[in-house]
Design a protein around this ligand. Structure first.
Ligand SMILES: Nc1ncnc2c1ncn2[C@@H]1O[C@H](COP(=O)(O)OP(=O)(O)OP(=O)(O)O)[C@@H](O)[C@H]1O
Ligand SMILES: [Mg+2]
Length: 303
């Protein structure tokens, strides 16, 4: 995708981030943050050495497109996503940051992951097998792997700095964020998930679950971070969905299948990947974007 030149780390531009996630890098400007989504990709919790060209930009564009779906009713952190209007020194690198950068208002973050599940998969399914519950929600007996739940449930998790997040029940989440914030976060998360899920399903994609993050900006509950990307959500192909087994991940399965075919123990260092494989993973993100946001894809000239 020539439109978004690949970027593996901001250091390559001479920019030193204040924080590096697996994919994103963050610059703290005081009351605002510059968020840059790189083209790094992880699988089995290991960051690959090579980028998936354009992936970070596609993830950022998805977040922006979801904001448009929700429209004015949504309170989010974005100031703008126009690289040419960034302050120095970022503006000088506008050609490399365009599409993958967002200037956002810095929030006082609520330290829970606001997870909503419409289907029972991953750690939720493991919890259910062990206890019949997820985060204190007692569920009907006999649910199968990846089965659709009678209705979506709010299943918060801790934000672990290291290791895996831990699923927690409502009372524990309330003790972290407070009772009033919990209710507001739960209600907004459920609303956004339900709308997004219906929107995606009409376009042949199941959003099985998703994770939001919230914070306070000027005393107002505000949606922060990326939203509803395949990095923060499970995206499944509706036409291939079958209850009772694991589902392929719409974005990462090609990579995972390839890695599974290798004699690799899922520990760093990651294996070298062929350009062809990386390109097909990249094409997958473009395809997802076209399906969800065809008009926006045309405007962006995504191929
Ligand atoms: N407006 C905001 N105010 C404050 N913090 C924010 C805001 N938007 C996003 N964040 C924080 O920025 C961080 C993004 O980094 P994160 O570690 O999630 O990177 P990542 O590349 O997504 O890595 P990972 O795959 O490990 O999640 C998150 O901790 C998120 O809470
Ligand atoms: Mg993250």
């Amino acid at each position: 995708m020539a439109r978004f030149p690949t970027l593996v780390r901001c250091q390559d531009l001479g920019l030193e981030p204040d924080f590096c996630g697996k994919v994103r890098e963050i610059f703290d400007l005081g009351s605002e943050l510059v968020l840059v989504a790189t083209d790094r990709i992880s699988a089995f919790d290991v960051i690959m050495d090579q980028p998936v060209p354009g992936r970070g930009a596609l993830l950022t564009q998805m977040t922006l497109a979801w904001y448009e779906v929700f429209g004015r009713g949504l309170c989010h952190h974005l100031v703008h996503a126009d690289a040419a209007s960034l302050p120095d020194p970022f503006r000088a690198h506008a050609d490399r940051l365009e599409g993958r950068v967002m200037l956002v208002r810095k929030a006082e973050r609520y330290d829970i992951e606001a997870v909503v599940r419409g289907y029972i998969a991953g750690s939720g399914y493991q919890d259910y097998l062990a206890s019949g519950e997820i985060c204190g929600h007692r569920l009907p007996e006999g649910l199968k792997r990846c089965q659709e739940l009678p209705q979506p449930i709010f299943t918060p998790a801790t934000k672990a700095d290291e290791g895996h997040d831990e699923n927690i029940d409502a009372s524990r989440a309330k003790s972290i964020v407070g009772e009033a914030a919990f209710s507001a976060i739960e209600a907004e998360s459920m609303r956004l998930y339900s709308e997004a899920r219906a929107y995606a399903l009409e376009r042949g994609i199941i959003i099985a679950d998703t994770k939001f993050e919230f914070g306070l900006i000027d005393g107002e509950l505000t949606l922060i971070d990326e939203i509803l990307t395949p990095d923060s959500s499970r995206y499944w192909e509706k036409d291939k969905y079958e209850v009772g087994r694991e589902q392929d991940s719409l974005d990462k399965q090609i990579l995972r299948n390839h890695l599974l075919s290798l004699d690799w123990d899922h520990r760093p260092p990651p294996p070298h990947l062929d350009e062809d494989l990386l390109q097909s993973v990249a094409d997958g993100y473009v395809a997802i974007f076209h399906r969800l946001f065809p008009e926006r894809a045309e405007e962006l000239g995504l191929r």
